[in-house]
Design a protein around this ligand. Structure first.
Ligand code: 6AU
Length: 259
């Protein structure tokens, strides 16, 4: 099954430019760690990107929580992404009609389409959300969409029917959908990158509904890449924590593919 296939083999089997790039990067850097850099100061975010850049395959931000978001910040982050070779992932969770998301993606305050290699998408509006994002596109290599199939928070709504429709949307848009945000093994198709948030080495959760699982568990279940936020950003030494998550996640992947 897809679970036993290596990232390099799966890079060969996808026509999606962003998925291909990420599979190759994970293989070459020996990192299937995506950091969720949920910090609010531009300086802190750039310092983190520089410190842990060598350990990650993608750097995930929420542009709308950053104080003083600017073009200068974007160009510095882009520079770091080239130095350390990681993708820039904007977790915008686009979730509106096509005409609205086209504007949210292509213009406005954040100009996301100009700098994000990957973006998250809620499937609830149906395929129109993907068509709208394509209209807002500025890059020419597809939107690098990660469809949210299942969420990590307590009481999250998706049911079996919604997940099936989400998978169908991904299969219908192979040039624009690069993977899933998921919590379980929802699809057999090897071409998509599975990314799982809600990962922490202490499985305690937070006070706002986040639920945590160990990196080894999510990789055995379904994840190609783990998304880790506070496990790294709130660690005593974030760069050491990043190295530890990188090693644990990549070893779990090697174990899964050798079975
Ligand atoms: O490790 P944490 O809990 O500090 O951060 C988890 C990160 C946050 C969330 O916005 C995001 O992952 N996230 C997502 C994503 C990536 O879309 C989906 C989800 O179901 N749960 C979740 O936590 O930046």
């Amino acid at each position: 099954t897809w679970k036993q296939q290596s990232f390099s083999a799966r890079a060969e089997h996808t026509s999606n430019a962003v998925a291909k790039h990420l599979f190759q990067l994970m293989d070459r850097k020996k990192s299937n760690l995506i950091v969720a850099a949920d910090l609010t100061s531009t300086e802190a975010i750039l310092n983190l990107a520089d410190a842990i850049g060598p350990n990650i395959c993608a750097f995930k931000i929420h542009a709308d929580i950053i104080d003083g978001f600017s073009e200068d910040f974007v160009s510095k982050l882009k520079e770091l992404s080239q130095t350390h070779r990681f993708l820039i992932f904007e977790d915008r969770k686009f979730s509106d009609i096509g005409s609205t998301v086209a504007r949210q993606y292509g213009g406005g305050v954040f100009q996301i389409a100009h700098w994000a290699d990957m973006v998250t998408i809620q499937p609830t509006p149906g395929p129109a959300v993907i068509e709208g994002l394509k209209k807002g596109q500025r890059s020419g290599h597809g939107i690098g969409g990660a469809l949210i199939a299942e969420m990590s928070s307590k009481g999250a709504l998706p049911n079996k029917e919604n997940v099936a429709a989400t998978i169908q949307m991904a299969h219908d848009h192979p040039e624009d959908i690069m993977g899933y945000i998921c919590q379980s093994d929802i699809d057999d198709e090897p071409r998509f990158v599975r990314m799982t948030p809600g990962v922490h080495i202490s499985e305690a959760g937070d006070t706002l509904g986040q639920q945590y699982v160990l990196p080894e568990t999510v990789i055995e279940n379904c994840a190609d890449a783990v998304i880790v936020g506070r496990g790294i950003t709130e660690a005593f030494k974030p760069s050491e924590a990043a190295r530890m998550y990188q090693t644990r996640a990549f070893e779990a992947y090697l174990k899964r593919t050798s079975q």
